[in-house]
Design a protein around this ligand. Structure first.
Ligand code: DC
Length: 220
């Protein structure tokens, strides 16, 4: 099986670019951030806040997260409900970041991700795909852009969805999440030694997609 691992910080355009790139390659696209978001949502629904001063193991034992592909698109199910839209709010983002720092949560989601890559040609995106989940991935890419550019992109996306956030809130959120994701003890966000760096700060969407496809095709 062929696996392409794409890691990078929030807002680098990973999901949109990865979805398109996977389609062009004929691979399954696995958005692993959505799994952490679903777990975060479960913790919110259980009454926990970002401090997660709750019985993590107990909540996980009562949680079922799975991925189903509907018309080729990944849908994340939490306890048998499709939560694809619910997991995209700024609050869900912060909860996802909080739960993703917990070793028990990472262990809970690890095997599911590896199984998908054992059984399919995948393009998988996240934070630790090239370093932890698929250390032997066929191709590894570290996709990034400056924090300002990433916040601008995310802000535009949220405005289009009718959200009332300010740019400053989005930017501060982004910087905070970068810090959380790269400073946690377990599986922090970092470029794998053998990953190719793809910086899209100066590129538009089509340019970024072309860059990714070129990197992959050169290595297959
Ligand atoms: O990519 P995203 O914004 O949907 O990810 C949500 C959160 O999940 C993010 O704060 C980091 C975490 N995450 C992770 O720790 N490991 C992954 N492989 C994917 C996401």
């Amino acid at each position: 099986m062929i696996s392409v691992a794409i890691d990078g910080p929030a807002g680098a355009g990973k999901s949109t670019l990865s979805r398109k790139a996977a389609k062009a390659l004929g691979f399954i696209y696995v958005d692993t951030g959505a799994l952490y978001r679903a777990v975060g949502l479960k913790f919110s629904k259980s009454g926990a806040d970002e401090s997660l001063s709750c019985d993590i193991e107990k909540i996980l034992a009562e949680t079922t997260v799975d991925i189903r592909f509907i018309d080729g698109e990944q849908h994340v199910f939490l306890d048998d409900c499709d939560v694809n839209d619910e997991i995209r709010t700024p609050k869900a983002s912060m909860m996802a970041s909080a739960v993703s720092a917990k070793p028990a949560v990472r262990a809970y989601l690890l095997e599911m991700q590896r199984k998908l890559a054992r059984e399919n040609n995948v393009l998988m995106d996240g934070r630790d795909i090239g370093t932890v989940v698929l250390p032997d991935a066929t191709v590894k890419i570290f996709l990034t852009a400056s924090a300002k550019v990433r916040a601008e992109r995310r802000y535009k996306e949220l405005l289009e969805k009718g959200s009332k956030v300010t740019f400053q809130e989005v930017y501060d959120d982004m910087v905070q999440r970068d810090y959380n994701d790269s400073h946690r003890e377990i599986a922090p966000l970092k470029q794998a030694q053998d990953a190719v760096l793809a910086d899209t700060s100066e590129l538009d969407f089509d340019g970024s997609l072309q860059l990714i496809l070129n990197i992959v095709k050169e290595r297959l």
